[in-house]
Each structure stands twice: as structure tokens, then as C-alpha cells.
Design a protein around this ligand. Structure first.
Ligand SMILES: *[C@@H]1O[C@H](CO)[C@@H](O)[C@H](O)[C@H]1NC(C)=O
Ligand SMILES: *[C@@H]1O[C@H](CO)[C@@H](O)[C@H](O)[C@H]1NC(C)=O
Ligand SMILES: *[C@@H]1O[C@H](CO)[C@@H](O)[C@H](O)[C@H]1NC(C)=O
Ligand SMILES: *[C@@H]1O[C@H](CO)[C@@H](O)[C@H](O)[C@H]1NC(C)=O
Ligand SMILES: *[C@@H]1O[C@H](CO)[C@@H](O)[C@H](O)[C@H]1NC(C)=O
Ligand SMILES: *[C@@H]1O[C@H](CO)[C@@H](O)[C@H](O)[C@H]1NC(C)=O
Length: 858
């Protein structure tokens, strides 16, 4: 029992749960009606009905209504989306106690302190269709029979319960037995018993058989008036609430008191269970509470042929996947299956489980188990036990009798019993028998009950692979995958070496731990498929997690059918959904994990092309790059792999196909590291990586390449590279023209002054012209040697030097000659230019940003 919502409020007289939205409506004694969202724990809607008690409010989901009845004798209908009042009418001549909504017809029934029950038809303008007369005191509650919607029952302070038929204004019959007023009533909704339950001011709860009209049971225990009763629509329990402040939970077949709940909210007024859910809403003097009861996991099991068996209450039903035919199935879609009734079970099933070969099913509940034949549900064996698990071999099973005793059966006969050293808090079936205790998990041999290994872990589940080689142990926080080393165990058992009080040390090898909470799981080959606590459907193989689907609700794995390539899951409402998961992929991965590449190669052709890349990623992660490259169909993935493997040819081919600069860059890098300079050059060209090309060209001393690079770079506007390459080749004219072309006039002037003095005059004129556009003063300060030869001493000599060097500059010299070349003194008289500018500087007014511009130029 878990508390899901606590909503403090004024006194709550009725509660109702919405069938699809996460809402609870509570009607309050102070005149309000409140709607709470129990997922977000918030008050989502409020209706101020009147200033008198509102004793009842119900949802009518198909009309988006909340209908409320109050002490002002009015019925009010609200649209819960718009919050508008859709209708209002006076229904009775006294307080309204109860409303019952017909499940299919457009009717509501109302009951009142005026001793009447009335039927109203909303499709006929809320006309009163019928009045039911017969009670001699207040009519406290009415309920429609879920198995016969034409019949309803009423509870009255006249101490009777009456059963009515729609269409007949007098009661069908009356049940008498309570000694004081009856406050509440409910029908049992399971198919097996024609029962009603009632609670009264005599503090008793009575169960009635309404066919032979006798009281079959009286539940005693409440110490005050019983105000509400409910047969839970899903679980085998009865809930009763009383003015003594407690809610009592009783078993619905044994009538044993299972639990007494006291949340300290004073008197209990109302209880509401919900079909298809385990939630129960409770109303008190001080507010309302929603609790969640029982196991969420449905009693459901599938055999390896696709026959699914489940329990609906105590009815056992079967659905056969094979009967579905060839219809196209979508992943995650609910399957519509033909359901066959198998009969009812003597116990209320909490779990159903097929044995490994699917011939038998065991049904467990209430400390009992019954083994049936799966075909006809004929009982084969039964007994009492806290827990039941099947063995690895179909003829074996074990039961846990108590916290200290475990029994092993073979062919339905008790074979052995034993008392595990540290007790038995739980048992786990499979290849070895697992016994859980405070000291951890101990694995025993089914045959001789010898301890194989004790592991310090508190498992929730233990899942063995079919081969018995792998086991998954799932805890509250994570799961471990272990390999069972049967040979080492056999050796140790023979030699008695390595055997300690905790069993055989080398029995298991830990392969991995994953920080995920497994809810349900199963093995297919070496792949562990599971649902997680965050509703993922995943599988684990070789340390990797593959997500098959994100589920929109909690689902439980039923099994995997290889020939359908499908996984089947069920939810608590017994819906079955399926997800495709290719057996070929699982087989391939299993083969890889076993390093059986012969097998893997045989399976590969059966894997569809679109799945190959997923498989390749798996291979890559397992370190099989070469295989991954061979299998992958994704060019990005293949390129990555080819790079990692240094497969230049394949990578080159892929780069050609992809025409991506990035790929060419990556490949260039690889080619360079492999000294494949011709290839590197080509790649760098494709990648338009001029920096890289420059480095490659100069470092390899390839003149042809430098030459080609210069032209290409200039053409593509990579002027820095173009300048450098021209300069390296001694093509100073080209350098100068490049600077002029790119409007780098000051640099051009300085280059000319240094290397090509005959061009200085032309360039300075260009510079002056350009600078003049922004700052005439600065432009004027530039001296042209033609006009101020006095400022450029030695210029004539420089012209001569230029002439002389013209030839030497362009001559290419191999790097080997470097030590033989004598250094040339700096020919230009930069010093003097500097002085000339500085002198002018003082005459320039520092304005208009000229200062900045000038210094930049300088
Ligand atoms: C009744 O009580 C509820 C909650 O306790 C409150 O929100 C609401 O305003 C009250 N209504 C009136 C009419 O006092
Ligand atoms: C009572 O109900 C039963 C079965 O529903 C019906 O056969 C019988 O005629 C009803 N009796 C009266 C008095 O309405
Ligand atoms: C509880 O039962 C007694 C006896 O029938 C009655 O007098 C009293 O009013 C009941 N309490 C409530 C709150 O109805
Ligand atoms: C009425 O039926 C119940 C089973 O629902 C049975 O236990 C009880 O003995 C029957 N009573 C009579 C009087 O037939
Ligand atoms: C098993 O079946 C037999 C007859 O088929 C029946 O008498 C017995 O009550 C059943 N036992 C259980 C526990 O189902
Ligand atoms: C120099 O580069 C050119 C292409 O630009 C190439 O064809 C030639 O083989 C290279 N020479 C050497 C020695 O690598």
C-alpha cells in the first residue's frame, strides 16, 4: 500500500476517480466540489456549488461532466473543461445522498432523504423517467449491478437493502439483517459470485448472496458506524471505512482482515476503487487520500509458441498469437486477440508462470500454488508455499515453505528439502537454484542441493540464459551480468580445490554492471532483453545497451518469438503489444560475443541491409574494426572505420563519393602521417586547405608544387598563401601586384622601397591618392622620391642594385646550397623614410582620427 495523494480540505462527503484522466473529484460539506490531479498532486478545478453540504459528485467522462447533488435538493451538471454549469434542476424534496451514473444509457439515478430513488434521462431534457418507492427512511446509497445494468441496489437507514429492476417501480426483493441503518452498499464485479456488500450503523459489514438472498458473511471489527464499503474492482479485497477513522482491508474470498489503515484524518466517509487500476480514493473529515494497492505486475505468462495465459480476477483466459493471422503489426500497437476462457481458478492468481517447455503453468496466490496443464487447465499438482520457481529442466521446480525451508520437486514428487544456512527470504529459478537471505544470494545445484557459490548481493530478480552460461542478477539499483564457468565448477567439485564456505570461488566471472533498474527481463542467446524502471525496452549484449523502444507506460516482458522476429509485452490492463527485434541480429551479436566468426558470417546474409550498420557499430565497440568496416553500409561510419584502420584506398573512395571538405582534410592528415605526400597533396587540394598545402610544398621542397600552389591560391583569393609562395619563388613583381590589387598600398610601398625601388614612385602615388580620400594632410605628408630626391639618398644606387638582383632573385637554388650563399646587407634606407615621416608628423593637426590612421599606416 502506497500513498499517492494527500489533499487536505474541508470534510469530504464523496470521492470519484476519472476513468482516463488522473483526476479525483471530491464533494465537500462546505458546498464546494474540488478536482485534484493525483499525478501532479495539485488542485486543478473548483466548483462553488452552494453553501450547503454537497454529499455527492460524480464524473460522467463521456459527457465531460461533473454532476453534483446537494442539500439544497438540486442536481447540478458542470462541464469540467469549460467549468460552466450545463444544467440544474430540483431533483428531490430533501437532501440528495447519492448519484449513480448508468454505464451505457443516458441515465442517472439519485437517492434522497425523501426516501425516493429517481431516474433521470439527460437525452430527454433531464426528464424524470421513473420513481422507485419502497424505503421507509433516508436512501443513503445506490449502486448499479456491474453484471446486469438493469439492476441496482439501495441502502437505507430503514435497515434494509433493496434490489430493483429498471422499469419496475417496486423493489425486486429486500435483504434484511442489519440492526441499524445501512449507510453503504456495493456489488462484487467478478464473474464467480452473486454478491453484495453492505455497511451499517450497527458497525457491521455484511456480504450477501443476492441469488439465494442470504447473508453469507459478517465482518466485525469497526468500532463506529460503517460509512463506506467497496469490493475492489480488480483486486481480491474488500475495503470498508468507518467513523472510527480506519479503513479496513479484507480478503474478498477468505474474509481475513489483511490490514487496517489509519491516516489520522478523522472519520472516513467514502471510498472509490477504479476498474483497471490499483488506486483507491478515500474521503475523510479532514481531506482525501489516494492509495495504490497490491502488485502492479499482471498475472500473465507466455509459452514459446505464443500462447499467452492470464488471470482476470480468478478467471483464467488464454490468447493465441498464432490466431492473429498475417495482419500487418505496428510496433507498440495494442494487439486485438481472440480470448478464450479457460475456467476459473480455486485461488486468486497473483502470478502465472509457464514451465520451460510450456506444457504446464503454475498459478500462485495467497500462499498456495496449483500446477495446471497448459492445454486444458487441469490441475496436476498443488500445495501451499510462499513462493514457487521452475527449474531449468522442465520436470523440476522448487517451493519455499517458510523463511527457512526450501523443497525441490521432480516429476511432481517431492525430491528433497533443505534448510539453507542463512535462511530463505526468497528463491529464484533457472539453471541453478538461487536462495536469497540476509547474507546474500546463494546458488545451489538442483540435483544434490550442494552450495555452488554465495554472492554478497541482494537481488530482486535472477535471469538465466537458456544455455546456463550467462546470468543476470538485478538489484534495486543496477544489474550485473555474470558468466557461469561450469567446467571450473566441475573441476573444483572433483578436486575440492578452491572450495570455501562460500562455495566455489571461480564459479562465476563478472562481465559487467549496468546502472539501470531491470523490471522484467529474458535472454535470447547471449543478449539480455529487459524493461527498465524508466520504461525503456533495451537489450544488453557484450557490455553494450541497445534501446529497442521507449515505452509510454509500464510494460512487462512476456517473451520473444524468433520466427516472428518479435518481442511481446503486456501491461496491467492485460493489453499485449509487440516490438520487432530481428533474431538474425541477436544471433549475429551472440556469435560475435562467442568469437565465432564462421557462425557470424553465415548469419550475416540474413540481416537486412538497413540493420547492417547497427551491427557494424556493435562490432566496432567490441574492437572488431576490420569486420565492422566489412559489414557497415553507412558511408560516414565506413569512412571513420577506414581512417581508424589506415585503409587509405577505401577512405579515398569514400571521400571521392562524399565530396566533403572535412573528409578530405581527415584523409590528408592520415596520408601525411603515412608519408603518402602525393595523396596528401590531392586531398589538401580537394579540401582547399592552402595552409596545409603550403606546409607540405615547402617542407618537401617541391618547386612545381609551390608554383602550382601560388597560382591556385591567388585564383581562389587566398592572398596570404599566394604572397608567401610568390615571395618564396622570388617573384617580387607578383608580390607587389598582389599587394596593390588587395589595396595593401603602404605594404606595397615598403616592399617596393626594399626590393623594387623603381616602383616606389608609382606606388607612393597610389598610396597618396588612396589616403587622401580619408585624410588629405596625412596623404600630403607622404614624400614621393621623384619630388623629394633629397629625402631618399642612395636611391639611384638602389635602382642599380635592383637591376643587378633581378636575375639572382628569380634563380632557384636548391636548399642544399644554403650555407654557400653570402648574406646581402639590407638595401633599403628605411631609417631615413622614418625620419622624414616623423618630421612631418609634428605639423599634422591631430584630428579626425588621422592620428590612428596614420600610425596604422606607418
Ligand atoms: C471549502 O473548502 C475548500 C477546501 O478546504 C476550500 O478550497 C473552499 O474554498 C471552501 N468552500 C467554501 C464555500 O467555503
Ligand atoms: C426479480 O428479478 C428476477 C431476476 O432478475 C426476476 O425473474 C423476477 O421476476 C423479479 N421479481 C420481481 C418481483 O420483480
Ligand atoms: C452513527 O450511528 C448512530 C446509531 O445509529 C447514529 O445515531 C449516529 O447519528 C450515526 N452517526 C452519524 C454521523 O451518522
Ligand atoms: C447461498 O449461497 C451461498 C454461496 O453463494 C452458500 O454458501 C449458502 O449456503 C447459500 N444459502 C442458502 C440458504 O442456500
Ligand atoms: C484438482 O482437481 C480435482 C478434480 O479434478 C479436484 O477435486 C480438486 O479440488 C482440485 N484441486 C485443486 C487444488 O485445484
Ligand atoms: C611535386 O608536386 C607535383 C604536383 O604538384 C607532383 O606531380 C610531383 O610528383 C611532386 N614531386 C615530388 C618529388 O614529390
Amino acid at each position: 500500500i502506497k500513498r499517492k495523494l494527500t489533499a487536505r480540505s474541508d470534510r469530504v462527503k464523496s470521492v470519484d476517480l476519472h476513468p482516463t484522466e488522473p483526476w479525483m473529484v471530491a464533494s465537500l460539506y462546505n458546498g464546494s466540489v474540488c478536482v485534484w490531479n493525483h499525478e501532479t498532486q495539485t488542485l486543478v478545478k473548483t466548483f462553488e456549488v452552494c453553501d450547503l453540504p454537497v454529499r455527492v459528485a460524480k464524473f460522467v467522462a463521456r459527457k465531460h461532466w461533473v454532476i453534483a447533488g446537494a442539500d439544497d435538493m438540486q442536481i447540478r451538471v458542470f462541464n469540467y473543461n469549460t467549468l460552466e454549469r450545463a444544467h440544474m434542476f430540483e431533483a428531490h424534496s430533501d437532501y440528495i445522498r447519492c448519484i449513480a451514473v448508468h454505464p451505457t444509457q443516458p441515465y442517472i439515478l439519485t437517492s434522497s432523504d425523501d426516501m425516493l430513488i429517481k431516474l433521470w434521462d439527460w437525452d430527454r431534457k433531464w426528464v424524470c423517467g421513473q420513481v422507485f418507492e419502497g424505503h421507509t427512511h433516508y436512501v443513503m446509497q445506490i449502486v448499479i449491478n456491474p453484471k446486469d445494468n438493469n439492476q441496482f441496489a439501495s441502502a437505507s437507514l430503514d435497515r434494509t437493502i433493496k434490489v430493483w429492476q429498471l422499469g419496475s417501480s417496486s423493489p425486486n426483493f429486500t435483504l434484511e439483517g442489519h440492526e441499524k441503518g445501512v449507510n453503504c452498499i456495493d456489488y462484487y464485479s467478478g464473474g464467480d459470485k452473486p454478491y453484495l456488500i453492505s455497511g451499517a450503523d450497527d458497525r457491521l459489514v455484511k456480504i450477501w448472496d443476492y441469488q439465494n438472498k442470504t447473508c453469507v458473511q459478517t465482518l466485525e471489527g469497526h468500532t463506529q458506524n460503517v460509512s463506506c464499503v467497496s469490493f475492489h474492482p480488480e483486486l481480491p479485497i474488500i475495503l470498508t471505512g468507518s467513523e472510527d477513522g480506519t479503513v479496513r482491508v479484507w480478503h474478498s474470498s477468505t474474509y481475513r482482515l489483511e490490514n487496517t489503515l489509519n491516516y489520522g484524518m478523522e472519520r472516513v466517509w467514502c471510498v472509490c476503487g477504479q476498474r483497471g487500476a490499483n488506486s483507491v480514493a478515500l474521503g475523510y473529515d479532514e481531506g482525501s487520500i489516494i492509495i495504490k494497492l497490491g502488485r502492479e505486475e499482471p498475472a500473465m505468462s507466455m509459452d514459446s509458441n505464443g500462447k499467452i495465459m492470464w488471470a482476470k480476477h480468478s478467471e483464467v483466459q488464454q490468447a493465441n498469437l498464432k490466431a492473429m493471422g498475417e495482419a500487418e503489426i505496428q510496433d507498440g500497437e495494442r494487439l486485438s486477440l481472440a480470448v478464450k476462457d479457460m475456467g476459473s481458478c480455486e485461488i486468486y492468481p497473483q502470478t502465472i508462470q509457464h514451465n520451460p517447455n510450456g506444457r504446464f503453468v503454475v498459478v500462485c496466490g495467497d500462499g498456495e500454488y496449483i500446477i495446471y496443464t497448459a492445454m486444458a487447465l487441469r490441475n496436476k499438482s498443488f500445495g501451499s508455499a510462499q513462493e514457487f520457481v521452475w527449474g531449468h529442466d522442465s520436470s523440476e521446480y522448487a517451493t519455499r515453505e517458510s523463511t527457512s525451508m526450501v523443497k525441490i520437486f521432480k516429476n511432481f514428487k517431492e525430491n528433497k528439502y533443505f534448510k539453507p544456512d542463512f535462511g530463505a527470504e526468497g528463491i529464484h529459478g533457472g539453471f541453478l537454484l538461487g536462495v536469497r537471505s540476509v547474507s546474500g544470494l546463494a546458488f545451489y545445484d538442483w540435483e544434490n542441493t550442494e552450495l555452488v557459490r554465495r554472492i554478497e548481493i541482494q537481488p530482486k530478480h535472477v535471469f538465466w540464459s537458456e544455455s546456463g552460461e550467462l546470468v543476470c542478477i538485478a538489484t534495486e539499483e543496477s544489474f550485473f551480468v555474470l558468466r557461469y564457468l561450469a567446467e571450473k565448477v566441475a573441476t573444483a567439485q572433483e578436486t575440492k580445490e578452491g572450495v570455501t564456505e562460500d562455495g566455489i570461488e571461480d564459479a562465476f566471472e563478472v562481465l559487467g554492471e549496468i546502472q539501470e533498474v531491470v523490471k522484467t527481463g529474458l535472454w535470447v542467446g547471449d543478449c539480455f532483453i529487459y524493461t527498465s524502471s524508466v520504461n525503456r525496452l533495451n537489450y544488453y549484449v557484450g557490455g553494450e545497451i541497445v534501446t529497442v523502444a521507449h515505452l509510454d507506460r509500464t510494460m512487462y516482458l512476456l517473451g520473444y518469438i524468433p520466427k516472428d522476429d518479435r518481442l511481446y509485452l503486456g501491461d496491467k490492463e492485460l493489453n499485449i503489444v509487440t516490438y520487432s527485434l530481428l533474431v538474425s541480429v541477436l544471433e549475429y551479436q551472440t556469435a560475435v560475443m562467442r568469437r565465432d566468426f564462421g557462425m557470424a558470417d553465415r548469419v550475416l546474409p540474413t540481416i537486412p541491409k538497413e540493420m547492417r550498420t547497427r551491427v557494424a557499430h556493435f562490432l566496432e565497440k567490441q574492437g572488431f574494426m576490420q569486420q565492422a568496416l566489412a559489414v557497415s553500409t553507412d558511408s560516414e561510419h565506413r569512412f571513420e572505420l577506414a581512417l581508424q584502420l589506415g585503409e587509405l584506398k577505401i577512405a579515398y573512395q569514400l571521400a571521392v563519393e562524399a565530396e566533403s571538405e572535412q573528409k578530405w582534410k581527415q584523409l590528408a592528415e592520415l596520408a601525411t602521417t603515412k608519408c603518402q605526400f602525393v595523396l596528401a597533396q590531392e586531398c589538401l587540394h580537394h579540401a582547399q586547405d592552402y595552409g596545409g598545402l603550403l606546409l607540405l610544398a615547402t617542407a618537401s621542397g617541391n618547386t612545381t608544387m609551390v608554383g602550382k600552389l601560388a597560382e591556385g591560391a591567388e585564383r581562389d583569393g587566398k592572398t596570404n598563401v599566394a604572397f608567401l609562395t610568390y615571395f618564396l619563388q622570388g617573384k617580387l613583381d607578383k608580390c607587389l601586384e598582389l599587394l596593390i590589387k588587395t589595396n595593401r598600398l603602404p605594404e606595397a610601398a615598403f616592399l617596393a622601397r626594399t626590393y623594387l625601388p623603381s616602383h616606389v614612385s608609382r606606388v607612393v602615388n597610389l598610396w597618396k591618392e588612396s589616403l587622401g580620400k580619408v585624410n588629405q594632410k596625412a596623404a600630403d605628408a607622404l614624400a614621393n622620391p621623384t619630388d623629394y630626391s633629397n629625402l631618399f639618398p642612395g636611391l639611384q644606387e638602389a635602382f642599380l642594385a635592383e637591376e643587378y638582383l633581378k636575375e639572382t632573385h628569380v634563380r632557384l637554388r636548391p636548399a642544399a646550397e644554403y650555407p654557400l650563399i653570402t648574406s646581402v646587407p639590407v638595401p633599403a634606407n628605411i631609417q631615413q623614410l622614418h625620419i622624414a615621416i616623423e618630421e612631418e608628423w609634428d605639423n599634422i593637426p591631430q584630428a579626425n582620427g588621422g592620428h590612428t590612421r596614420f600610425s596604422l599606416v606607418f
